[in-house]
Design a protein around this ligand. Structure first.
Ligand code: ADE
Length: 219
């Protein structure tokens, strides 16, 4: 996959880019690019936003600036590419959408800033509008990191242990349910005991117990 994140704050992704699963994915041939709208703005003095028509507080990201960034990255080859605008009012992000996006050969995440993004970006440039929750963040960067993280960990080779992505929360192996509880040593801590079955060596019993706990958590 080629994952492009368009942002005014590429430095916000430094920690994320260094994470092991991201580095693993890159080693496997996937690409992560951070593209700064300011580098390709057609306006003078690095301008990227403007006052809203109709008045009101704050500034709005301009459609021509976002279009120029896409043009610079893709030329006229935008057809078939998944271009996701991050916005609090978009489709709620979940495991199914993470899976769907992870199967795209090319994914662009558009971070907004300031009071918002000119609506024509959503109408004409983006293929999707996605939200990570019904609350307002100061920009799309944290939302982009959430999505990039959930998507990248699904790419083959990103996680060290092939199993860990298969049987994690909401996966098919758990019938779409949340993850089961985990325990490690010590077996008894302040009288809080690890469930007997997990220490029994009974693999079928453990499997059934985990499935049941996962189901309980989705109720
Ligand atoms: N930008 C600001 N808030 C957001 C949210 N909740 N989801 C996605 N993008 C956002």
């Amino acid at each position: 996959m080629r994952l492009d994140i368009f942002t005014l704050f590429p430095e916000a992704f430094e920690w994320f880019s260094g994470q092991r699963h991201v580095q693993n994915a890159i080693r496997e041939g996937h690409e992560l690019r951070l593209l700064n709208y300011r580098d390709t703005t057609p306006l003078g003095a690095g301008q990227v936003d403007d006052a809203p028509y109709g008045g009101g507080a704050g500034m709005v990201m301009r459609v021509d600036v976002v279009d120029a960034a896409l043009q610079h990255a893709y030329g006229d080859q935008r057809a078939g590419k998944r271009i996701v605008l991050l916005t609090p009012s978009g489709r709620l992000f979940d495991e199914a959408l993470a899976r769907e996006l992870s199967e795209e050969p090319q994914l662009a995440l558009l971070c907004g800033r300031y009071e918002g993004v000119d609506e024509r970006v959503r109408e004409h440039l983006a293929t999707d509008a996605v939200s990570v929750g019904r609350y307002v963040l100061s920009g799309g960067e944290l939302a982009a990191m959430v999505i990039a993280d959930a998507v990248i960990r699904k790419l083959p080779g990103a996680l060290g242990h092939a199993e860990s992505a298969v049987e994690e929360s909401f996966s098919e192996a758990l019938a779409g349910g949340p993850e089961y509880p985990h325990y490690t040593r010590p077996p008894n801590y302040r009288g809080w005991n690890v469930p007997e079955v997990l220490m029994s060596g009974d693999h079928e019993g453990i499997r059934t117990w985990r499935l049941e706990r996962s189901r309980e958590r989705s109720d």
